[in-house]
Structures are given as C-alpha cells and as structure tokens.
Ligand binder design. Structure first.
Ligand SMILES: *Cc1c(COP(=O)(O)O)cnc(C)c1O
Length: 494
C-alpha cells in the first residue's frame, strides 16, 4: 500500500518513507491510497491480546514492514512501560464506557502512539538506508512533548527537540518535560501559544535551505506530531481492541453499532476512529468534542472552518488549538480524495485563516456529530460523575463526557458509547480537584495529588511520583522568531 499527499496526487511514498518524512513536500499530509478492510472476524479479535490486535491492524497499513519487524516494534512499545497488561482498560461509569488511554509512561493518550513511533522510525530508517541522524522536531500543547521525549530519550541515531508554549501548559506537564533526562533531548519554552509553536515547526520542516544545511551536518528532520502516519496508525488499534473487548464481555453483540466520543484538538484521535469505521468496525457516530476553542464545532455546524478568533486558555490545554492539522485528511477524503481541491482550501486557510467547504462535501460529514463544552460544564461533569459513581475523569475526558450528554439530549440515540479517556486525572490534578470542590483551590500541587489518591482510590502513577523530586534539566526560553536559531544551536550547526 502506498500513501499519497493530500496536496499532490503525484507524491506517493511507502509506509516507511511516509513515517520518515512525516510531512509531504508542500505541506501536505500522507494518507493511505485506500483504507484497508479488517480481514479478521470480531470473534477472533475478541480473544487477542492488545499486542496481537495491534499486529492485525497495523500490518494492513504498514505493508512494507516484515512480520518480524512489525512484531518487534509492537513488543518494544506495549510492554512494562504500561502499568496494566490490558494496556487500555475499559471502565463503565454512568451509561458510558471510558477507554482509558493513559496507562503508559506519561499518563496521557499520546503514549499510545509515541511509545511505538521511535521503533517504527528507526526501522524505517534502516529499511531506507538512511545514514543521517534523525532530528525529531515537535510542537506540543503539553502531552505530546513529554510522551515524545520519553519515547525517544536515549534512542540511538535520534535527537528530539520539543517546543511548548511557556504559559500554555499545566505546571505538572511543564515539570514532566523540563525534568526529562537524556543527552539527545532538548526542551524549549516559547513566548507564544501552541499554534505559533506549531507554525514555527512546520516552517522549519518546509524550509529547503535549512534542510540542505542539516544534510551537510548529517541530520534530517522528522516529525513526531500527530500528522505522522506512524502515530495515526497505532491509534486505530485501540478502537478495534475496545470493540472486540465489548463483544467478549457481552456488552454488545457482534455487528452492533457503537458511538465513539473523542475530546478533540488536532483531530488525530478522532480521525483514527474514522479510519476504524471505514475499515468496517461497526461504529455509528463519531462524536467530536471541543472545549471553548470550538473551531471544529463551528465547522461541523456551518461548513466553514474559521480560525480567526480569540485563542482561549482552558483547563483542557491539550485541546487549546485553532488549527486542527489532521482535519486536512478528512477534508481530502470528503473532497473525493482530490488533492487539488484540498490544496486550494488549505491555501485559503493559510491566506485568510478560513475556508468554506461545498454543500456536497458537507453532506459527507454525517458520520460526525460536533459540539463543545464550556469550562463550568466540564467541571460540573467531573463533579457529577464523581458523586454518582466515585470515578474521577480528567478535564479533557470531561469535555467529551459533557458533549456526549448533549448528544444524547439532541438525538435520543441510545447506542452504547465509548468515550476516549485521554489523560489520567493525576495529570491535571488542580483543575480536577477544584471541579470536585472549590476548597482545594489554594492547596499546593502535591498535596492535591495525595488527596486525589484518597478520593479516587487509584494509586498515584509512577509518572507523578518520579517528578516530585526530579531536578530541572531544561531552562531555555525563546521568542517565536528565534526557534530556528535555537535548533541550530542545539545541533551545534553554525
Ligand atoms: C492530545 C490530546 C487530546 C487531543 O487529541 P487530538 O488527537 O490532538 O485531537 C485530548 N486530550 C489529551 C489529554 C491530549 O493529550
């Protein structure tokens, strides 16, 4: 199977080349030429481990990997770094099924893809006889950064540079990143927001002169951002696994439609669910949940994507995004896999900050339901679920849980629904605890963590214990305009 650029029908690459390049030539994203069908029954899947399921799904997309290569990548990724053998446990609370995607090294869902990406990347480099060191360049709104750092730290032949908005991530997220060990890791705060960080990174990726200088110095860029197909593909796995698990435990019958609600930022996680649906997994609605940065909700309701608006800092910072990069893949598909049409829309986005899709395209969005949650609504949801069930969800998951309630009210749909639970409440302890009770507002972070353990009955994760004492290793802060010179400085280029 080949991957084609969303902006150029003639640019086609193998899976391993796509993983190495990250982004296509003119800023396009790679998409599979055809979405493959699941060629194994749900009954068979129901008896498989997470790792076995991962192989069955990923082999359909990464067709130039040998069985041995792919199985080795999977084995190295989904191991004891996860604190449960199930890898992604499913917990029922009220009438929804929470798919806990946060049992990896950094207790957020980015681990699902970023624990395997370094292995896919190194394997891809070997396959394509790459001699250069791979430099991973990443912009993060919080969770990607640490998950990528953890994934790449100490991986031979790679360096990783992470940019994050200095005042746009939670204190725990920041501490997790700046305490990262490993000679090949670099962490930089920028005086700007996530979109500026992401735009800066994208510019470096498409800068041909910089690429030449890098080549001379023995480096080449690759991306760990969710635009890399090496991140998208592993994310399809858990939807397939969760469905089969629900069949196995008798929650649903084979073939029964379920909905999937996803707290959405860059549109990667929900796009993976869309791919799962298109592979034949019985999924009804894809419920796209936004926080107050509701560009996607507006897009689904009006057909116009418009990022010209105030950027709002919320308590779900990993969803504070005005340009959802992965939406481009959906746009390409609903344009009839038409790179020209998509390219025009993306040019309009770049020039005017907005674009409008045709009514024909809009008609193809019926798989999706979009809505958003206000800050107080999400906080109220955390409190309500805790009071009714004792289960504590994080601020991002709360956005999806809130939107799911709105969905039920709007549609009366009673199909079983999986909510992608994207972070451990321990990662956003302050917001979570104050949602439960205002009295926690003025207490220090680590006191709240101990309190959360008592309320939830869930042990403090290793990832949190680690940073209590850890020393700060990264102190660089720069302006948006300085990003490129900071990169050169780290790589000791002139
Ligand atoms: C990244 C992230 C999201 C958003 O996922 P996308 O794939 O970017 O839509 C939601 N919640 C958490 C906790 C995240 O880290």
């Amino acid at each position: 199977m080949l991957y084609v650029s969303t902006r150029n029908a003639n640019e086609k690459v193998s899976a391993s080349q796509g993983i190495l390049k990250g982004l296509a030539e003119n800023g396009g994203l790679f998409v599979p030429e055809q979405i493959p069908s699941l060629n194994i029954s749900i009954e068979e899947l129901a008896n498989m481990t997470y790792q076995e399921t991962a192989y069955e799904v990923m082999k359909l997309f990464l067709t130039d990997f040998t069985e041995e290569e792919l199985k080795t990548c999977i084995r190295n990724a989904y191991d004891e770094k996860f604190d449960t053998e199930e890898i992604v446990p499913l917990k029922k609370a009220q009438d929804a099924y929470y798919l806990e995607l946060f049992h990896g090294a950094t207790i957020a869902f980015k681990d699902m893809a970023l624990s395997i990406l370094p292995h896919l990347l190194i394997t891809s480099a070997r396959k394509n006889k790459v001699k250069n060191d791979i430099v991973i360049l990443t912009a993060t709104s919080g969770d990607t950064g640490k998950a990528a750092l953890a994934g790449f730290a100490g991986v031979e032949g790679t360096k990783i540079i992470v940019f994050y908005p200095k005042d746009g991530v939670s204190p725990i997220q920041e501490k997790q990143m700046v305490t990262q060990k490993g000679d090949n890791t670099f962490v930089v705060g920028i005086n700007g927001n996530f979109d500026q960080a992401q735009t800066g990174v994208k510019q470096m990726f498409s800068d041909k002169d910089l690429a030449k200088e890098m080549e001379i110095a023995g480096y080449q860029f690759s991306s760990a951002n969710s635009i890399n197909i090496g991140r998208l593909v592993p994310q399809i796995v858990y939807y397939v696994y969760a469905y089969a698990k629900m069949v196995k435990t008798g929650e649903i019958k084979t073939g029964e439609n379920i909905n999937i609600a996803v707290p959405t930022g860059n549109f990667g996680n929900i796009l993976a669910a869309f791919y799962a649906k298109n592979m034949g997994l019985p999924i009804g609605k894809l419920i796209c949940a936004s926080n107050e940065n509701k560009v996607l909700y507006d897009f689904f309701s009006t057909g116009t994507y418009d990022k010209n608006r105030e950027f709002i800092l919320t308590s779900s910072p990993s969803m504070d995004i005005l340009i959802s990069s992965n939406l481009e893949r959906l746009i390409y598909h609903i344009a009839g896999n038409n790179a020209k049409k998509n390219e025009l829309l993306m040019e309009t986005l770049q020039k005017e900050g907005k674009y409008e899709i045709t009514s024909e395209m809009k008609e193809q969005l019926t798989d999706f339901y979009g809505n958003y949650a206000k800050e107080q609504e999400s906080a109220a949801t955390i409190k309500e679920i805790y009071q009714e069930t004792g289960y504590i969800i994080d601020t991002h998951t709360a956005v999806a849980a809130t939107v799911y309630k709105k969905y039920k009210k709007d549609t009366q749909d009673t199909a079983k629904t999986i909510i992608a639970s994207t972070a451990s409440p321990y990662k956003f302890t302050r917001s979570v605890m104050t949602a439960i009770d205002e009295k926690y507002k003025s207490r220090p972070d680590f006191e709240l963590i101990d309190e959360l353990e008592i309320l939830s009955g869930v042990n403090i994760p290793q990832a949190i214990e680690e940073i209590r004492m850890a020393e700060i290793c990264h102190k660089t802060v720069c302006e948006v305009e300085e990003m490129q010179s900071v990169v050169k400085q780290f790589l000791k280029m002139k």
